[in-house]
Design a protein around this ligand. Structure first.
Ligand SMILES: [Zn+2]
Length: 484
């Protein structure tokens, strides 16, 4: 841990929408509310009209079970839901159906862990619990929450299933938090319960304190990327406050991602303010052992297993496997590509991996896209590697193909279009070499005294042909001609 973050304590509450469900947690309304006319995906249950009765979505329980198993949490086989009472326009019934792990209540799952690697060091970060709850409605502010003249409410989101993953206060720096979220995102992606690239599909509340002082809770950080930034800002704010001799108060703050600062919303409400009590409109839930075992058996391959398999099956290093596997789409792309070409062996696997982790990842980062959002397919990368290995194009030329490849253009077409291919025809090379020798008598003189000067002549040949000549054949021909 760096000196800079000594005494910093961070705990994260991550809310993930189960976007891959078809319907909401307690009613049959569609889950797929994004981009739809506001307040059209609603029914008496999810806007809480008197007399309406919720019924729990069985598939939501299955998805929660999948995640709990993947995180290594202990699943509580019997539990019931609780009402969390609060008065705010995002919950029209004035309570949220949630879970509570006190007063006889239990979380969906207790404990679990997420393993991160930071500066080459492995760390297990302990989870506190995993629980299910319904999403509130979406409040739409004009501009910033602090200055907006009005607020609109869209109940389409109200009642969508959220799963909350609560860590213990075990993180000590924004970087640890970033790695934690990276691994969590990967695990969620592999379970297939949610698409975290969808806007608003995950929200993070962060508890931050300096040892010995009151903590603040920064609410509603709307993307994983913002978390590190928000944490850095809030830690600095607390430290400055203490430096000025002011004591910190327990409060809830809001991350304003436009101004990139946290602002005070309210002094922190205490748990008793929520008057938690059991939700009497829902029956207690008992999970059968056979149900949990079935979900466990059907659990897709998880990142940690895939990393081991990649090392074994494809002779990749642990480092390479970890990077490839982190993003499931990239890992799937890798496997589809190398399996489609029988002539490929461990050397080509490594090449394929290098292209994905190097030039392609760089392009994706620069263009802020995921691999699925491009037209690149595994066959194109297979072709590229084959063309390099048979000497048709040089690695340098291949790099200049990236933009076209991302548009889905096939390699033979790119080669044709660019007029760039590796020239290995001896007659053609001899012609170029002779020209260069004729044009540069002074360098030719130098070579007689210093054979190393020949490199300058080869450079001239490359210049003339935009790097297309096969360097080894060119060198051989040059040597022969100069010896004459
Ligand atoms: Zn509904």
């Amino acid at each position: 841990m760096s000196e800079k973050y000594k005494d910093v304590i961070i705990g994260l509450e991550v809310h993930i929408q189960l976007t891959n469900l078809k319907t909401k947690l307690f009613c049959g309304c569609s889950n797929d509310y994004r981009g739809k006319e506001p307040n059209t995906y609603v029914c008496p249950i999810c806007i809480g009209l008197p007399g309406s009765l919720p019924v729990v979505n069985r598939r939501a329980i299955e998805f929660a079970t999948r995640l709990a198993i993947a995180l290594g949490s202990d699943i509580n086989e019997s539990f019931w839901f609780f009402r969390k009472n609060y008065f705010y326009p995002d919950m029209s019934k004035n309570f949220q159906i949630s879970q509570y792990n006190k007063a006889g209540g239990r979380a969906f799952g207790d404990g679990g862990k997420i393993t991160i690697k930071l500066d080459g060091k492995k760390m297990d970060l302990q989870l506190n619990r995993v629980h299910l709850e319904e999403d509130p409605a979406r409040l739409v502010h004009k501009g910033s929450i602090a200055t907006s003249p009005y607020t609109l409410v869209d109940y389409n989101r109200s009642g969508v299933t959220l799963i909350e993953i609560v860590s213990d206060p075990v993180m000590n720096s924004p970087e640890e938090a970033r790695e934690y979220l990276k691994q969590l995102k990967s695990i969620v992606q592999y379970t297939g319960i949610s698409d975290l690239d969808l806007e608003g599909s995950c929200r993070v509340d962060a508890n931050i304190s300096i040892k010995g002082h009151a903590r603040s809770e920064v609410k509603n950080i709307n993307s994983f990327k913002e978390v590190e930034r928000a944490l850095k800002w809030e830690i600095q704010r607390q430290k400055n406050q203490l430096k000025r001799g002011k004591e910190l108060i327990q409060e809830t703050r809001h991350w304003d991602d436009k101004r990139r600062i946290t602002i005070s919303l309210r002094t922190k409400e205490f748990e008793k303010d929520y008057r938690y009590f059991p939700e009497q409109d829902l029956v207690p839930i008992d999970l059968e052992k056979s149900f949990i075992n079935k979900v466990k058996k059907e659990l897709p391959e998880m990142p940690s297993e895939r990393i081991k398999r990649f090392q074994k099956e494809y002779s990749l290093s642990e480092f390479d496997s970890e990077i490839l596997v982190l993003d499931k789409d990239i890992a799937d792309f890798f496997e589809e590509g190398i399996k489609s070409e029988n002539s490929f062996g461990s050397e080509e696997y490594k090449q394929f991996c290098n292209w994905l982790m190097g030039d392609i990842s760089r392009w994706l980062n620069d263009n802020n896209k995921s691999i699925k959002e491009t037209q690149l397919n595994p066959k194109i990368l297979v072709d590229l590697i084959k063309n390099i290995n048979t000497g048709k194009i040089t690695g340098k030329i291949a790099k200049s193909f990236i933009d076209e490849m991302m548009k889905g253009t096939k390699i033979p077409e790119i080669i044709k279009k660019s007029g760039k291919k590796r020239i290995s025809d001896k007659k053609e090379i001899t012609k170029v070499v002779k020209e260069v020798i004729e044009e540069n008598p002074r360098i030719v003189e130098d070579v007689k005294k210093n054979p190393k000067a020949m490199q300058a002549l080869i450079g001239k040949c490359m210049q003339k042909t935009k790097g297309q000549l096969d360097p080894e054949i060119t060198r051989d021909i040059m040597l022969k001609i100069l010896k004459k």
